[in-house]
Design a protein around this ligand. Structure first.
Ligand SMILES: C[S@@+](CC[C@H](N)C(=O)[O-])C[C@H]1O[C@@H](n2cnc3c(N)ncnc32)[C@H](O)[C@@H]1O
Length: 171
C-alpha cells in the first residue's frame, strides 16, 4: 500500500487524489503520509464508511472528503482529480481483474490528460488482450513489482510468489 501510494504521488503533478475502497484504511494512511493536497474517498459499505468517518475525525487538518457510494455512481468525481488509488474487493481473482479493467475503461473517459490510476494487478502477468485495453485508453503504463509477505496478499494464487504487480495507468 505504502509503495503504491508513493509511486502514484510521484507520477502526478498535483495530488488531488480519489481513493476507491477504504477497507482497513491502510492505503488511506499511506496517502496521507504523502501529504496529499485533497483526499476524496468512496466507500459504500456502512461499517467501513463508519470507520472512515471516525478516521477522518482524527485528521482534522487534512482535506479529506468521504463519499458513501459505489464508484459506479460517482464517475463525475474522476474529472476533478490528478490520481486515483483503486483497491476494491471481489470473491475471486477473475472477478477482481474484470472489475479493475472495467474501472480503467470507465475512468478513461473522465480523467484529465496526465491523470493516473494506481491499482494492484492481481495476476503475475498482463495478457495481450488486457494490454490492448490498457493501451487503447492510456498513454503510458508503469508496472512495478511490489514485494509482499507470502500469504498476506489476500489473493491465494499469488500468496506463494511473494509479490504483487502495481500498475500505474497514465492518461
Ligand atoms: C480490499 S478493501 C480496500 C483496502 C484498503 N485499500 C486498505 O488499505 O485497507 C476493498 C474495499 O472496497 C470497497 N468496495 C467494494 N466495492 C466497491 C465499489 N464498487 N465502489 C467503492 N468501494 C467498493 C469495500 O467495501 C472495501 O472497503
Amino acid at each position: 500500500m505504502y509503495r503504491m501510494a508513493e509511486i502514484l504521488c510521484a507520477t502526478v503533478k498535483r495530488t488531488r487524489i480519489l481513493e476507491v475502497g477504504f477497507g482497513m484504511g491502510i492505503s488511506a494512511n499511506a496517502l496521507q503520509r504523502q501529504k496529499i493536497e485533497r483526499h476524496t474517498i468512496i466507500e459504500p459499505h456502512p461499517d467501513m464508511f463508519g470507520r472512515l468517518t471516525q478516521w477522518r475525525a482524527e485528521c482534522p487538518d487534512a482535506d479529506i472528503r468521504p463519499v458513501q457510494d459505489y464508484w459506479q455512481n460517482q464517475t463525475s468525481l474522476l474529472a476533478e482529480v490528478d490520481g486515483v488509488f483503486f483497491d476494491t474487493y471481489a470473491m475471486d481473482v477473475t472477478t477482481l481483474v474484470d472489475e479493475n479493467v472495467s474501472f480503467l475503461v470507465a475512468a478513461a473517459s473522465h480523467l484529465k490528460p496526465g491523470a493516473a490510476v494506481a491499482m494492484f494487478w492481481v495476476l503475475p502477468t498482463i495478457d495481450e488482450v488486457q494490454q490492448e485495453v490498457l493501451y487503447k485508453h492510456y498513454q503510458r503504463i508503469v508496472v512495478e513489482k511490489v514485494p509482499v509477505t507470502p500469504g498476506t496478499t489476500g489473493v491465494q494464487a499469488l500468496a506463494r510468489l511473494g509479490f504483487l504487480l502495481a500498475i500505474i495507468a497514465i492518461k
